[in-house]
Design a protein around this ligand. Structure first.
Ligand SMILES: [Zn+2]
Length: 410
């Protein structure tokens, strides 16, 4: 039985750090337990906090490197009754399944995490762990906290309750992602982009995917583990990728460039809509059930006003989630496209590296001949500039149209 760190692909150094911290955390608990007899409130004498455990952590790394996988695995190791993340005990098992009573996971669905949500979380995290070990708060995408929510979190991180551990995930420790004050109170665990070979290995071992498919998907996903698995398993994800990679050869003029921009935007919208539709409908139905349908008599009018407000709140949250899903889908398409021009560039330079997209290698080679290194580089930069512009809130259609024209003209 693999332990809780088994799915953290190609991150030996980080896993080593986390294993040592979990062992030191277990030692702290044992020491506290032993001193309970004579001094119930006494500190955990004998355990050295400098040995690796601390109350706040930030997991950084590029998308798909496994930031949230690392945070969850570490939480499981902290809740493991054997103190090591065995993967088999109830502590490990419930944490990995997301049902442990002392582990709270914040997954921002919209563009940011609200202040009220964060305050409620921080409050509950201050209570005594029901399992007798740690209260753990995992914040996925801590870079999407609002300023107010960040401040609520900072207060808790600055004055942590004795048994509370905060695990934050963010792309980097740049001040745009995590405030300097939060950063200064956390230990940072940097994750790297896992090598394609390691990603392929986990797809074969864990997901039972055929080795040749696993190797193709791992390379095409450029180190993004979740994306590699989707490409290997989901025919629709493969079709969408094929459509994106067909773009370069369709760019023959202004008209086709603008058409390609529309197609890319609409495909991202459709993909996003499909990904949130089910959750939207389920939430709406749940809210309507909770509010009760109709109603007459005294109080009903007031209740209806309240209901309208709640429905409006829900619609707002759903709209924000849909926007995020659209941006994520578009970004995936841009990463695929960037991979193609990167292949053309490395081929023009005769660099001894394997192509990202083995299935469009011939087309990339033709591009390399036609554009030379300079032209391939300019096109790669156009794709990367488009990503940056969208991240900076430029309207996606405008950014993508500008990119397509640049890709056509070179
Ligand atoms: Zn365990």
């Amino acid at each position: 039985m693999p332990d809780v760190f088994a799915d953290l692909v190609g991150q030996d150094e980080a896993v080593d750090t986390l294993r040592r911290a979990a062992a030191s955390a277990a030692a702290l608990l044992r020491a506290a337990h032993e001193s309970d007899a004579d001094d119930p409130d006494g500190p955990a004498d004998g355990a050295d906090p400098g040995a690796g455990m601390t109350h706040a952590w930030i997991f950084t790394g590029p998308p798909g490197s496994g930031r949230s996988v690392a945070a969850r695995a570490f939480a499981a190791a902290l809740q493991c009754v054997h103190g090591a993340g065995c993967g088999e005990c109830p502590g490990c098992h419930t944490t990995m399944a997301g049902t442990h009573a002392d582990v709270r996971l914040v997954v921002p669905e919209g563009l940011s995490i609200g202040v009220s949500e964060m305050r409620a979380l921080v409050l509950r995290a201050a209570s005594t762990p029901s399992g007798g070990r740690w209260q753990i708060v995992i914040v996925e995408d801590a870079d999407r906290l609002t300023e107010a929510a960040g401040n609520a979190l900072l207060k808790a991180v600055e004055e942590p309750p004795p048994r509370t551990v905060f695990l934050l995930c963010a792309p980097s420790t740049h001040p745009d992602d995590v405030s300097v004050t939060i950063r200064s109170r956390c230990r940072v665990v940097p994750l790297r982009q896992p090598p394609a070979g390691a990603v392929a290995e986990v797809l074969v071992r864990r997901d039972g995917i055929a080795p040749d498919v696993a190797h193709w998907a791992a390379a095409a996903a450029q180190g993004h583990v979740g994306r590699a698995r989707r490409l290997a398993r989901d025919p629709e994800a493969r079709q969408r990728r094929d459509a994106v990679l067909a773009v370069p050869r369709r760019l023959t003029g202004v008209g086709t460039a603008l058409d390609a921009a529309s197609a890319l935007i609409e495909a991202a919208e459709a993909e996003a809509e499909a990904s949130v539709a089910e959750a939207d409908a389920a939430e709406r139905a749940a809210l309507q059930t909770a509010l009760g349908a109709g109603g007459t008599g005294r109080g009903a009018a007031g209740a209806m006003r309240g209901a309208a407000g709640q429905l409006k709140d829900l619609e707002k949250r759903q709209k924000s989630r849909a926007t995020r899903a659209q941006r994520d889908a578009l970004d995936r398409a841009l990463v695929d496209l960037a991979g193609f021009y990167r292949d053309a560039l490395t081929m023009a330079l005769r660099a001894p590296v394997a192509p990202v997209h083995t299935d469009t290698a011939a087309m990339a080679e033709a591009g390399a001949q036609k554009w030379a290194a300079e032209g391939a580089l300019r096109r790669l930069e156009a794709v990367l500039e488009c990503r940056t512009a969208i991240e900076a809130n430029v309207k996606p259609r405008i950014a993508v149209e500008a990119m397509m024209l640049a890709l056509w003209k070179g």
